[in-house]
Design a protein around this ligand. Structure first.
Ligand code: NAD
Ligand code: MN
Length: 449
């Protein structure tokens, strides 16, 4: 299997391509490793996770370079992402010794609930944040005592393979974390259908997520899905407009718009639209688009030629208000593009583009802002900009979305839950609640008669 560098269109690596047989072998190894891994004491499991965090920490720069070259993302972003992966393993290293059950008052005896690991879990990840998203699943899965088959995306498998090697280096036993590099149609589907896989945690498109859910239902597998988004950045006229506009570009053009949390609809109160667009234009034109390996770069290329074609299909030239820059020559470049004024009925405002294209949609009042923001099948993230604290809370409670920021575009923190409402998914990752998705509750009643 060949892996490319989207900024140069050159081949970056050639790897073995797994098929259904290798998927089966990985599941068999994970199954064989499960009893011993489940029996590792909570304290020792915590130590191993900490050692994995340290092993990753020593390799931050190397992993960041690999990710930046393979995904085409700015190196400064990649460094931050790999740093956050270290934090994920440190955080979940705290979990094995804190997986609390319950003791519930009952008649005639003592009742105890335990949190048991599920067994073999299948983890399937997308190409846009390869190592972070793998860590959001691997961290809690290992902490809870499961063994793993991880299938990274075909386009960007390199850092997941390194994660597997580092787990071995850290002393995590062979067979506990298996990485299988292969196509979704064959290896992915086999993992989802395999009778020895207890749970699938999938991150990717809503379309494939639906297929994963269908296949998994055959064996009543546990399923968590982190899917697409079409999030709104809601800007009220009383907000710090300069700041909202200055920060808006990276909230949608970060990772070249290939971000499930991209605020790809900016809803602006009508009386502020002109002032907001002026400030937004300055910010978009100032965005540094270019070589991912340059420290100053803020946006790189798209992942592939096919994807660039798909993104371009959403842009109607007549609807473009302004654009940022993009280099010529090799590389799958696409300039940051602002469509304004747009309507929420436009195709570009309804479908997840997954590229650097944003629709700016005017609204009249708070009620209309909420109606437009919620008028989507998705519900992953979003932002609210206002100086009115009561309004911020009112709107936050009214929006049908899993992750909101007020006067900020931040989406993901290691310690807080992340996931979607509606067709953006099922379940949560990160923070304490993720552990519920990697454990099964067992209740035991002990008679005292
Ligand atoms: P994708 O759905 O095309 O692929 C995701 C993964 O699923 C890949 O590893 C792929 O090989 C595998 N796959 C493909 N077909 C499969 C099948 N039939 N059975 C099992 N596995 C299969 O997604 P992508 O193009 O890699 O990533 C982009 C999408 O991911 C966007 O829609 C984006 O919003 C979403 N995403 C969501 C989150 C989130 O946390 N909600 C985060 C990142 C990306
Ligand atoms: Mn895809």
């Amino acid at each position: 299997m060949q892996v490319f560098e989207p900024a140069t269109e050159q081949m970056l690596a050639e790897l073995p391509r797994a098929g259904v047989d290798e998927a089966d072998e990985a599941v068999a190894r994970a199954k064989a490793a499960f009893p011993a891994w489940k029996a590792v004491t909570p304290g020792d499991r915590a130590k191993l996770l900490r050692r994995l965090a340290r092993a990753l920490e020593e390799r931050v720069e190397e992993l960041a370079q690999l990710e930046a070259r393979n995904v085409g993302k700015p190196i400064s972003d990649a460094r931050g992402e790999v740093g956050s992966v270290v934090d994920v393993f440190d955080y979940y290293a705290g979990a094995p010794e804190r997986l609390l059950g319950a003791q519930i008052p009952v008649a005639g005896g003592v009742d105890v609930t335990f949190r048991e690991p599920l067994g073999v879990v299948g983890l399937i990840t997308p190409w846009n944040f390869p190592l972070p998203i793998a860590s959001w699943k691997v961290g809690p899965a290992l902490a809870a005592g499961n063994t793993i088959v991880l299938k990274p995306a075909e386009l960007t498998p390199l850092t997941a393979i390194e994660l597997g090697k580092l787990a071995l280096e850290a002393g995590i036993p062979e067979g506990v974390l298996n990485v299988v590099n292969g196509p979704g149609r064959t290896v992915g589907e086999r993992i989802v259908e395999h009778p020895d896989v207890a749970k699938v945690a999938f991150t990717g498109s809503t379309e494939i997520g639906r297929r994963v859910g269908e296949l998994a239902s055959q064996s009543i597998k546990r399923v968590t899905l982190e899917l697409g988004g079409k999030s709104a950045n809601v800007v009220f006229a009383d907000a710090d407009l300069e700041q909202a506009a200055e920060l808006a570009p990276l909230a949608v053009f970060g990772n070249a718009g290939q971000d499930c949390c991209a605020r790809s609809r900016i809803l602006v109160e009508r009386s502020a639209v002109d002032r907001f667009l002026e400030a937004l234009e300055r910010a978009v034109k100032a965005l540094q688009v270019g070589d991912p390996l340059d420290d100053a770069t803020q946006m790189g290329p798209l992942i592939s030629a096919d994807h660039r074609e798909k993104v371009a299909s959403y842009v109607d030239e007549d609807a473009v208000a302004f654009r940022g820059s993009a280099p010529d020559g090799p590389g799958f470049w696409f300039p940051p593009t602002v469509l304004a004024p747009a309507s929420n009925d436009d195709r570009a405002a309804r479908e997840e583009i997954f590229g650097p294209v944003v629709a700016v949609i005017p609204f009249e009042d708070e009620a209309e802002a909420i109606r437009i923001a919620n008028d989507t099948v998705y519900g992953l993230s979003g932002s609210i900009w206002t100086r009115d604290g009561a309004r911020a809370l009112r709107v936050a409670r009214a929006l049908e979305t899993g992750n909101l920021s007020v006067n900020s575009n931040s989406s993901v923190r290691v310690t807080t839950p992340f996931g979607g409402f509606k067709q953006s998914g099922v379940g949560r990752e990160l923070g304490p609640f993720a552990l519920e998705h990697y454990t099964e509750l067992k209740n035991v009643f002990i008679s005292t008669h």
